[in-house]
Design a binder for this molecule. Structure first.
Ligand code: NAD
Ligand code: MG
Length: 324
């Protein structure tokens, strides 16, 4: 559907970080009336004002909004909903999330009069914005948790279209599927799995006496070339581009490293996600002030691959230009 079918709709975007900024800007250019809700003096307030938005406190911003997009970090959403959104949102409004975690695991129990939907672009905010600006879009997935008005799905689709998602692809999902697959992907493969694989490969080479610089190029730097091929044309495209020797090595050694025991542990990770163990632990960690989180983060940053990587990246001028 076109966004023109809902011309009156007022959207309050709460949070102006990675997703918040991209959503607010794309929706405004798609013709929606957008106000940004932020804590006064918070870190992104100046940015939203510089982008030309009216910035109000979250409580003020949501008062007359037809749709409230909750784009703050996941772990502050429960308190934000209970203390600010629930008491201030108007009857029959729509509550929208970009990740289903809080609703799916029951940390947030939305008021019965609200529509509750999810619209998650499959990319970071900067890409959501950049694609929109050049007239394209990032695929979006959407879901409906609560449909009080009978128009919840229409609203989610209009919002996804406003982000530019309709120019790419829009797929229907559920809060359960989005939450569990998103957590699994980032834990087992994208963030957790990939970084542990790279670190283990680096350690194996360095412990065998090879130079850290060479090890860095082999197991971290070149990963980008492979991932680019996956992204463009799947594993088939990678196989087309790598040498016969690399293919043979892939076939015989890949399954030795990532064997059935790894898959069994992936299933354990998925079980912990599905039964809520992961989310309970994460909430407890957050509430305790992130003691283990900070320790793990420091350990990653202190890993020897980070030191050599920093030195080597400083000598790759094209990376400097990208980071500027
Ligand atoms: P972020 O950390 O980049 O930005 C958070 C914003 O919320 C900032 O503007 C911050 O100042 C504000 N904020 C923090 N606490 C607040 C409070 N108590 N009240 C009001 N504002 C507050 O967050 P993000 O990465 O854009 O994530 C937002 C949501 O989008 C999350 O639900 C996340 O799971 C989801 N998401 C993120 C990505 C991504 O690529 N980053 C992708 C898909 C979905
Ligand atoms: Mg994620």
């Amino acid at each position: 559907m076109s966004t023109n079918e809902l011309p009156q709709i007022k959207i309050a975007v709460v949070g102006y970080g990675s997703q918040g900024r991209a959503h607010a800007m794309n929706l405004r250019e798609s013709g929606f009336d957008v106000v940004v809700g932020l804590r006064a003096g918070g870190p992104t307030e100046v940015k939203a004002q510089a982008d030309g938005f009216t910035v109000k406190s979250p409580a003020e911003a949501v008062k007359d909004a037809d749709l409230v997009a909750v784009l703050t970090p996941d772990m502050v959403q429960k308190k934000l909903y209970n203390e600010v959104l629930a008491p201030n949102m108007k009857q029959g409004a729509c509550l929208l999330f970009a990740h289903g975690l809080n609703v799916h695991f029951g940390m947030i129990e939305p008021r019965a009069d609200l529509d509750v939907v999810l619209v998650a672009p499959k990319g970071p905010g900067a890409l959501v914005r950049r694609e929109y600006e050049i007239g394209r879009g990032v695929p979006c997935i959407y879901a409906v948790h609560q449909d009080k008005s009978g128009k919840a799905e229409q609203l989610a689709l209009a919002y996804a279209a406003g982000l530019g998602g309709a120019r790419a692809n829009i797929i229907k999902t559920t809060f359960k599927e989005e939450t569990e697959t998103d957590l699994f992907g980032e834990q087992a493969v994208l963030c957790g799995g990939a970084s542990a694989l790279v670190q283990a490969g680096f350690e194996t080479l360095v412990e065998a006496g090879y130079q850290p610089e060479i090890a860095y190029y082999e197991v971290l730097h070149e990963l980008k070339l492979i991932v680019d091929l996956f992204y463009e044309g799947g594993i088939t495209r990678m196989l087309e581009f790598i040498s016969e020797t690399a293919q043979y090595g892939d076939f015989v050694s890949g399954p030795r490293v990532i064997d059935a025991s790894v898959k069994a542990r992936m299933k354990d990770v998925l079980t912990d996600i599905q039964n809520g163990t992961f989310t309970r632990n994460w909430e407890a960690e957050y509430e305790a002030g992130l003691p283990n989180y900070r320790k793990f983060q420091q350990a990653d940053m202190d890993h020897p691959i980070e030191k050599v990587g920093k030195e080597l990246r400083a000598k790759m001028v094209w990376l400097q230009a990208q980071n500027a």
